[in-house]
Design a binder for this molecule. Sequence first.
Ligand code: SAM
Ligand code: SF4
Ligand code: SF4
Length: 355
Amino acid sequence: MQTFLKSVEMLNKFNWPLWHWHIEVSSICTLKCPRCPRNELPETLVQDQLRLDFFKNSFTKDVIRQIERISFCGDDGDPIYAKEFLEIIQYLKQVKPTMNILIITNGSYKKSEWWKKLVSYLNEHDEIHFSLDGWDQKSNQKYRVNCDWESIITGIKTVVGHAPTITWAGIVFSFNEHNINMMKGMAIGLGMDKFQITQSTKFGYNYDHYNDSEGRDMYEPSIDNISTQGRFDRKIFHLTNKRVKQDKAIQTNLDHFQSVHATETGIVPLCMIGTKGLYINSQGYFLPCCWVGNRYNFKTYSKFLIDDLNIYKNGIENVLNNDFWEEFFENFHNLMECKTKCAAHLVNKEYATNW
Ligand SMILES: C[S@@+](CC[C@H](N)C(=O)[O-])C[C@H]1O[C@@H](n2cnc3c(N)ncnc32)[C@H](O)[C@@H]1O
Ligand code: SF4
Ligand code: SF4
């Protein structure tokens, strides 16, 4: 008689949305984008990376079974510089080929061979975003300081035409706002599938410290291209007919959004919906989202840097079920990030369903 090993459902007493994780596989980067936290907050930057062993030990088959999406982005680094990134992707996709993997990268300094291997492990459920704010070395390096345009284009040309959806993701700055259509035309010419434009908040209009002594911010575009609502604004254009296969993220977000109600203190926690992804940083610490995971408010961030919440030390199940979270959910309305990013008046259907 054949016997089957029964999979064991992980305890999840706080009802974390286990379907989406956001993993900072590397806090290492070769670029020096001036408004990235790695350059704005160099004193508290820790450069680290997650290894294949971490994934094999923590993301066991039973955990992976419940995951629909993993976003590889991070607050401080770039996923492609994790030494074992290819092996990690290979492992995850072998265990669950239908998982959506989203990779967000500056795209610099990798050879064609590396990109070929990456796309051989990915499939039509996956997406790669190239973060490009210019149209050649000179223009891209105005913000993407130290980028390498030649290798970026090699990377794009290598991955286009394979199974994953390939996106050009640009941020609007003063130096590119009149060339956005030209950039979109280049994305079409390169055969890319999507063109995404982000209006950032990080300008002198919102934060005075970005202005020089004459009150001018050299990166700031015209007012129409600045986000003034505390979180970036985004426009997405499809350039081809390709769509990420079984991309259930928006529907899953929506289902969770409808079941997550505002707390008495007026917070609709996106971390309970799954929109942002449950966050693991490059040192293995778990935080409910990348907003509390960034280092701008070090007092908030450092509350999570305890052994109890380190997945290396305690494993996913223990970390997610730790009593720490009872107190956290009782008091999170006092945290600046939760008050500003997840206030009930902000979280409408669109806000709650978009990454
Ligand atoms: C820290 S980066 C990590 C991923 C990767 N290194 C990259 O740059 O795409 C996280 C995200 O921040 C975005 N970003 C960088 N500078 C920004 C800015 N000034 N305003 C808004 N988003 C920014 C990046 O484009 C990326 O989507
Ligand atoms: S490429 Fe990404 S991680 Fe690297 S400096 Fe720029 S924004 Fe930061
Ligand atoms: S800002 Fe606070 S409430 Fe919102 S997703 Fe992050 S931890 Fe959750």
